[in-house]
Write a protein that binds this ligand. Structure first.
Ligand code: 5AD
Length: 439
């Protein structure tokens, strides 16, 4: 019996891809292990989106060398593997395999060869590859990711993803539905549809609106989420489907990147400040309770103090529920490499600090306003802290509640009692009652 250890970095699609790898290699007789010490094969599923992600991975791959016994295999897969290809083999002598996101089907064969001492690289794009026949790994949780689209056809000038994940292609609607039905049969009630610009999904005559309606219509599905959409792909039909389909949750992660039209243009985001505001307004008309989170980059080449202030002001205008904030990181091979006027690192760092403070303040004000209200939550897991359980509202707010672990996977109504500014504590009468009976 061969044991497989996989460590995952980066986005949700990488998490889903790791499940795919487990599915593929499980079929080949591998069993999963949670510790690299007793693994025969160690894979690191990587991210290339920023340099610090890659530096961390170099460090980690260096550490994993310790656990590599004779005959063991160590592979780097995912976006960094795709970006660096054979270079990575040259740079790290103890790495046996370098496989990009379209090459996982070859893993059993390449691992076999690596065991015999042959190092290999597979970074070819396969635009047809959806891993349609690979059974998704199931771990009994109520929530699952479903990849509906791979690759990206946008060309945002800062972004490496088109170079690491290749051109956009969508799965057939019928195949997605089959997978969702299969997940339901294992106890899944919430799905998150994944794609780089997920709402540009289209296959044959079906668009993302059709997909939302079809997934929301699967018996047993209570919640439908999706990530990440592009502002330009919220067509009237998609907004209508979001409003109509009861399962579609009131949350959208809508990457804004910058609040300055000048910077957005240089980023080739294909919308300007007003276009972004317009998208937010249309989302709020379609779903009045919708929570909106975002991604923001500071220090993009040419960003002036004035541009940055526009970003801060857009955060206040939109009143985001939360944001991931990043300092711009130059990626070789992206169009932005050629843009002059680099922002000094200390200036970018200082802007990032100010932005984080603004985002926190805006989110806190919103969240404080929610204390006292009641929400449906899905109980996800035991919280890291103490005896509490972690649950999530439809608006994607994390709520810690008291209750027995047997509640994991169930839906409850909770009253929000307090907030740290970002997460909540809440109570569910039903969960309390059960605790009292046991207690
Ligand atoms: N530098 C900094 N942040 C980046 N992102 C993508 N590329 C870069 C880069 N070169 C951020 C964007 C994107 C998120 C996933 O990562 O905000 O939405």
């Amino acid at each position: 019996m061969r044991r497989l250890y996989v460590e995952t970095y980066g986005c949700q699609m990488n998490v889903a891809d790791t499940d795919l790898i487990f599915g593929l290699l499980g079929r080949d007789g591998f069993v999963m292990t949670k510790s690299p010490e007793d693994a025969d094969v160690m894979l690191v599923n990587t991210c290339a989106v920023r340099d610090n992600a890659e530096q961390r991975i170099y460090g980690r791959v260096g550490e994993l060398k310790r656990h590599k016994r004779k005959g063991d295999v160590l592979g780097v897969v995912g976006c960094m593997a795709q970006r660096l290809g054979a270079d990575l083999l040259n740079r790290i002598p103890h790495v046996d395999l370098v496989v990009g996101p379209d090459g996982y089907r070859a893993l059993p064969e390449l691992i076999h060869r690596a065991t015999a001492g042959e190092r290999s690289v597979d970074v070819d794009f396969k635009s047809w590859e959806h891993y349609e026949d690979v059974p998704p790994a199931q771990d009994g949780r109520a929530s699952a990711f479903v990849t509906v689209q791979r690759g990206c056809n946008y060309r945002c000038t800062f972004c490496i993803v088109p170079m690491t994940r290749g051109p956009e292609r969508s799965r057939k609607l019928i195949d997605v539905i089959r997978e969702v039905e299969q997940l339901v049969s294992t106890g899944v009630t919430e799905v998150t549809l994944l794609g780089q610009t997920v709402n540009s999904y289209h296959n044959g005559t079906h668009d993302f609106a059709d997909l939302l309606r079809a997934v929301g219509g699967v018996d047993g599905i209570r919640r439908v989420r999706f990530t990440s959409p592009h502002p330009n792909d919220f067509t009237p039909a998609v907004l209508e489907a979001m409003a109509d389909v009861p399962g579609v949750c009131e949350h959208v992660h809508l990457p804004m990147q910058s609040g300055s039209s000048r910077v957005l243009k240089r980023m080739l985001r294909r919308y300007d400040r007003d276009g972004y505001i317009d998208c937010v307004e249309r989302l709020r008309v379609a779903m009045p309770e919708i929570a909106i989170t975002t991604d923001i980059i500071v220090g993009f080449p040419g960003e002036t103090e004035e541009d940055f202030l526009e970003t801060e002001s857009l955060v206040r205008t939109v009143r985001f529920d939360g944001a991931f904030t990043f300092k711009y990181s130059v990626r070789d091979g992206t169009p932005a490499v050629k843009i002059k006027d680099h922002v000094a690192d200390d200036v970018a760092g200082e802007r990032l600090e100010r932005l984080i403070a603004t985002v926190r303040q805006v989110a806190r004000t919103k969240n404080v306003g929610l204390v006292g209200s009641t929400h449906e939550v899905l109980v996800e897991k035991q919280a890291r802290r103490g005896e509490l359980l972690q649950s999530r509202t439809r608006t994607n707010k994390v709520v810690l509640i008291e209750g027995l672990p047997t509640l994991i996977g169930s839906y409850l109504h909770v009253r929000l009692n307090g907030t740290t500014g970002s997460t909540f504590t809440g109570t569910s009468t039903a969960a309390r009652r059960e605790l009292a009976v046991v207690g």
